[in-house]
Design a protein around this ligand. Structure first.
Ligand code: ADP
Ligand code: MG
Length: 381
């Protein structure tokens, strides 16, 4: 579609995918006066439960897609494994962002890393492996240190990855992954992991949130510290690189860019997510505009909101594991004026499942960190 006027409150917007990111977008959109339709096959989907309409059908269901494109003025997605051709199909009749092309780059680590390389954006050294005969050369190229084999598609929260210390281990891991296309990546010495969440409008305006420092436990984001405790030159550089990447993709929407800051000071791009990101949840309580409102604004072609930080903050993920001793002690958070609780309405607290998060606000980032971690502990007391 060529030129469209902005999609204003009162219109209906659609979300392909009904997880917690869709739920938080849906809540923001409802608050701003939009009607929301969610497409997700799970009858209990977190977003489906709060949206005006829940189309409970597979993502490629013809009649559900026809309904979406005839009844919604704008449609977005909340997870990157939505089939890219679904977005392409919807874009024939309504505004869709991010584009199918942008989502397909982020869906595939080979495409993603090749794109970054082509635009002069530094990543950890990598080789691609699509068949066993390529393993020896890939291993040699990386120089023989530890390497991580990652499936090109469908990996998340550390799934689809294997740490390899020898060529034999790469052989075994590649077989165990079913010989699907993979990247083999040098294991770099990370000093800090950060992310930049940004919003880019159709006209090319970019608004970056401050760098967020991410701490992972067993491959899953555990907590995020904002602003990241970095020397300001590094945080600025990451924002410049993230903006350059969004421009190169002609990206429209909210984009999260994960970085490794190495012990030698290199700023490497790890991966991107074409949507709001777990590490951007602090924006709900600590920034002028939250990342979900930015997603709505970019989608509906409204002016971008301010990404100014109002307070230092630490966001802590609440994983299903926390329920192993029974219902967490919510009052510990609720009685604390500096803490904000967000739960996703998921009924089954499985190990490794993201059930919610809380954000602790403080003037000083170290105080926020101490208090947030103590509060997390208090949830199990
Ligand atoms: P996912 O899609 O599961 O988030 P990532 O590629 O971001 O996959 O990897 C998950 C985590 O594993 C990273 O946040 C980082 O802690 C660690 N990791 C991934 N790649 C490397 C690498 N090349 N060197 C060192 N650590 C890595
Ligand atoms: Mg990651």
């Amino acid at each position: 579609m060529t030129h469209q006027p902005p999609v204003l409150p009162g219109c209906r917007m659609g979300i392909v995918g009904g997880g917690q990111l869709g739920r938080m977008l849906s809540l923001v959109a409802s608050e701003m006066g939009y009607d929301v339709a969610v497409l997700d096959p799970d009858p209990e989907s977190p977003a489906g439960r709060v949206a005006d309409e829940h189309l409970c059908a597979p993502y490629d269901d013809e009649s559900a897609l026809t309904w979406l494109k005839t009844h919604c003025q704008a449609v977005t997605t909340e997870f990157e494994n939505v089939p890219a051709d679904v977005l392409e199909h919807l874009s024939s009749q309504c505004i869709v962002s991010p584009s199918a092309a942008a989502v397909s780059i982020a869906q595939d680590r080979i495409q993603e890393k090749t794109f970054l390389q082509r635009h002069g954006l530094q990543t950890a050294p990598f080789s691609t492996i699509s068949q066993p005969s390529q393993i020896a050369a890939a291993w040699r190229t990386l120089g023989g240190g530890d390497a991580i084999l990652k499936t090109a598609r469908m990996g998340y929260d550390g799934k689809g990855q294997s740490l390899c210390g020898s060529q034999d281990e790469v052989d075994q891991a590649f077989r165990a992954m079913g010989e699907v296309p993979c990247v083999l990546e040098e294991r770099v010495e990370i000093a800090t992991e950060i992310s930049i969440v940004l919003a880019r409008s159709k006209g090319g305006q970019v608004a970056c949130y401050p760098a967020a420092e991410n701490v992972h436990t067993r491959g899953i984001l555990d907590y995020t510290i904002v602003p990241a405790r970095l020397n300001p030159g590094v945080a600025d550089k990451a924002q410049v690189l993230a903006t350059k990447l969004a421009d190169a993709m002609d990206y429209v929407g909210v984009l999260a860019v994960e970085f490794f800051i190495t012990k030698t000071g290199d700023v490497l791009i790890n991966e991107i997510a074409p949507r709001p990101h777990n590490s951007g949840h602090f924006t709900q309580d600590a920034a002028d505009t939250c990342q979900f409102e930015q997603q709505l604004r970019t989608l509906c072609q409204l002016p971008l909101g301010s990404t100014q930080l109002r307070s230092a903050a630490v966001m802590v993920n609440l994983m299903g594991d926390l329920w192993c001793g029974g219902e967490p002690n919510w009052l510990a958070i609720l009685r604390n004026e500096q803490a904000k609780l967000h739960l996703y309405g998921k009924k089954l607290p499985r190990t490794g499942r993201k059930m919610g998060h809380f954000t602790y606000l403080a003037e000083d980032v170290e105080i926020a960190l101490d208090k947030a971690l103590a509060l997390k502990q208090a949830l199990s007391d």
